[in-house]
Write a protein that binds this ligand. Structure first.
Ligand SMILES: CC(C)(COP(=O)(O)OP(=O)(O)OC[C@H]1O[C@@H](n2cnc3c(N)ncnc32)[C@H](O)[C@@H]1OP(=O)(O)O)[C@@H](O)C(=O)NCCC(=O)NCCS
Length: 146
């Protein structure tokens, strides 16, 4: 398994992983936009098969964001999500970011554990953040706290 930069030829496979993870019924318009205009995107590639991705964004010169991350169901629990997150964090740090933010569903304890393991802390709850009414935790990783 290698973590490498996303290229447009990965587009369909990444959208498929996004659909499986988040939107079983609808194609994801947001992901379409991110995959076209997002800043740094990495994929986990096993023999040219994409099994996970992470999308990042620059919020401003000092702040970055993890916009989306997902691993194909059958490959979860084997460290791929953590590798993707570490690569994304490393890239944002290289770009001079002092903090990285993300939102996560309050019910998504698996993702929260991953983020906490990497040093993210919950700083706020955002009510009704998701279209189904679920709240989000706003989590932040600050490098000077490491
Ligand atoms: C969240 C997600 C990306 C994690 O990817 P993964 O490859 O399965 O995670 P890893 O195997 O790298 O695990 C890394 C850490 O995540 C946490 N974690 C992963 N699976 C877990 C589980 N089943 N139960 C509890 N914690 C879990 C643990 O902290 C783990 O570290 P550990 O192995 O030292 O305990 C994956 O579950 C996924 O794609 N979920 C659906 C999409 C999603 O929810 N994305 C996040 C939206 S904010």
């Amino acid at each position: 398994m290698i973590i490498r930069e996303y290229s447009m030829s990965d587009f369909k496979e990444v959208l498929e992983i996004d659909r499986e993870a988040f939107n079983p019924r609808n194609p994801s318009f947001d992901m379409y936009v991110y995959l076209t205009y997002g800043s740094d995107i990495f994929v986990a590639d096993i023999g040219r098969r994409i099994v996970g991705y992470v999308v990042t964004m620059d919020l401003d010169p000092l702040r970055g964001k993890i916009v989306s991350i997902a691993v194909k169901k059958e490959f979860r629990g084997s460290g791929i999500g953590e590798y993707l997150m570490r690569r994304a964090i490393e890239r944002l740090r290289e770009k001079g970011k002092k903090e990285i933010a993300l939102e996560v569903r309050v019910s998504n304890t698996i993702a929260q554990r991953l983020y906490e393991k990497l040093g993210f802390k919950i700083v706020e709850t955002i009510p009704n953040y998701y279209s189904d009414g679920e709240d989000a935790y706003y989590m932040v990783l600050r490098f000077n706290e490491q």
